[in-house]
Ligand binder design. Sequence first.
Ligand code: HMG
Ligand code: MG
Length: 296
Amino acid sequence: MTQAVEIFEVGPRDGLQNEPAFISSEDKIALTEALAGAGLLRVECASFVSPRWVPQMADGAQVVQGVTPGAAQIYALAPNLRGLQAALATPVGGVCVFIAATEGFSRANTNISLAGAVERLNEVIAAFKTEAPEGVRLRGYISCVTECPYDGPVEPLEVARLAELLHRAGCDEISLGDTIGTAYPEQVAGMLEAVVQRVPVDALAGHFHDTAGRALANIDVSLEYGLRIFDASIAGLGGCPYAPGAKGNVDTELVYDHLITRGYEISGRPDRVKLAQAARLARKILGRAEGTADEI
Ligand code: HMG
Ligand code: MG
């Protein structure tokens, strides 16, 4: 079976948000454009969250406004009404709302109980429906779908309940996050078993951090369940400021090579050489590689 799988690029957002030294808007823009130029269809490059909470993402408006995305759609995170309005004042192609499957992570990441988060999310989605320009898409993230750094193992039925809630509320896509990157394929299977009963599989994406090196195995099990969208981060950048120890998202190039080896086509047919160039640029921006701009 050959079927197209999309890589949803989150490097300029999830990959950079945890970096302690501020990365210039110009560098964030250059990285986003390199990824879009490589043929990835969607690139998440900003968060309209509190700069007190995530200082690295304080320049979301400058970044989204500064990007020339070509054919790619630009996505940005919004945690509340203020974030939504700030995002919609820019030319975003998609807005992402986010919620956690556990009390502990909800409070650590967004300073609110899970019930409060659901209420806030419903408010944001209602406003999105009246205020978003035609064609702007709405993505919902669920964090800690198998394991929470504060509350431990997560009940699959709770993830399914939240996924259905997001879907019914109006998210056209729900990204299921292994936030701390420790899930085993069996846990992912157990979680998906519950979620696919409640939400159409083509509205689901897998978001695997790769702390334990099992992200590709988790992608494989998700493919078996019919998922065809996977989030990835160029050069494997990343980590969540409120998930201690969590490493980067699974590396975009690794996912690309893995899927191609398994006989899948990648939506948008990204250019492998340009992906490698974008990875070099990402490492250079973070000072993790020798090399000059000419090599990029
Ligand atoms: P709070 O402290 O409860 O809210 O934070 P507040 O209303 O008291 O606001 C605190 C300050 O932020 C105030 O400023 C507000 O004006 C300001 P001050 O008066 O102190 O100067 N503020 C804002 N500024 C700009 N834009 C806004 C905004 N809202 C308030 N939208 C809040 C609540 C939700 C705002 C906060 O907790 C927050 O921003 N959290 C976001 C944390 C975050 O971005 N985490 C990473 C993204 S999620 C993730 O990475 C997981 C994911 O990758 C999937 C996975 O891996 O699982 C998606
Ligand atoms: Mg993440």
